[in-house]
Design a protein around this ligand. Sequence first.
Ligand code: BT5
Length: 320
Amino acid sequence: MDTISQVLEVFLNNPNESISGQYISEKLSISRNAVWKAIEQLRKNDYIFESQTNKGYQLVKIPNKIDRYYLSIKLQNLCTEIIVQEKIESTNKLLKELADNGQADKTIIIAKEQSSGRGRLGRAWDSQEGGLWFSLLLRPDLPMEDLSLITLTMAAAVREGISSYTDLDVKIKWPNDILFNGKKLVGILTEVKGDMDRVEYIVVGIGVNVLNAIKDDLAVKATSLKDVAKSDILINDLLVFIVTSINHYYNEFVLGKTSEILTLNKIHSAIIGKEVEVSGIKGTEKGIAQDILQDGSLSIKVGSTTKKMVSGDVSLSSWY
Ligand code: BT5
């Protein structure tokens, strides 16, 4: 962790207290000048400190925007490297490039803004400032055939992270969306590289609408947490909740413990029991969504037959 994050950590560990430069300098074995420089840097990043002669500094406000120093502390036990970018094309794109060059398992890239955010099948993902746009690099020691539940694992984890932070009843729209009141709050894009016998890496990209506005043309189908949450959302803390939850369910997934993941996808499903239209690579089917099967596919009842959909886009009948 860099010096600035270390200084910040001292303040976070002593909330609502005035701390002297001398104390921090001794605790971290750095000069008083280095402490002062760190505080100035944090101030430039919109942290607010009050300073009182003879008493020291008190941290009174943490900025509510993606912050590299705060995240370096809070994600240090969950991620191997934490990369925070201002504006890039796409966190998935950059992380895949790094992964091809040997980047470590459990690296996270977070961007404040994406100029070319991507959804599935090359679709565009609107990624203005204020949202949570991040990707995780995973290198499980598994064959390709064991990956069928990876997106559902992420969906269950992200749903739980958001729900436990906000207390909102958010739901999963198979296979990769999280909705609130039927509107899309989160999209998940899972990209995999490897051969049949061995996965080289997975890059999971997650986009959460948090403090960003929703563009007019998406407003019928999409929503942002700032418009629906009961209280203020602190974006860095929300990310920590989500990554903590991902870490938990990903560990279960790697051990093959997938029954809870499947159960969560079913009990929090936005579509089971409802009339849906599913368009997959083999065509479109209309029917009642019935179940999520062991391999992660969706079964739907079409007339008197049951069809199994392996992937696809689901629309609820209320939308068409
Ligand atoms: C997804 O695709 O939902 C996956 C989105 C993944 C985005 C993350 S952000 C971090 C990482 N880096 C990336 O470049 N991507 C990932 P799909 O199921 O294909 O849905 C795409 C559709 O969602 C679009 O065609 C729009 O209709 C809609 N959409 C676009 N931007 C949206 C937004 N901000 N909120 C809600 N819906 C949106």
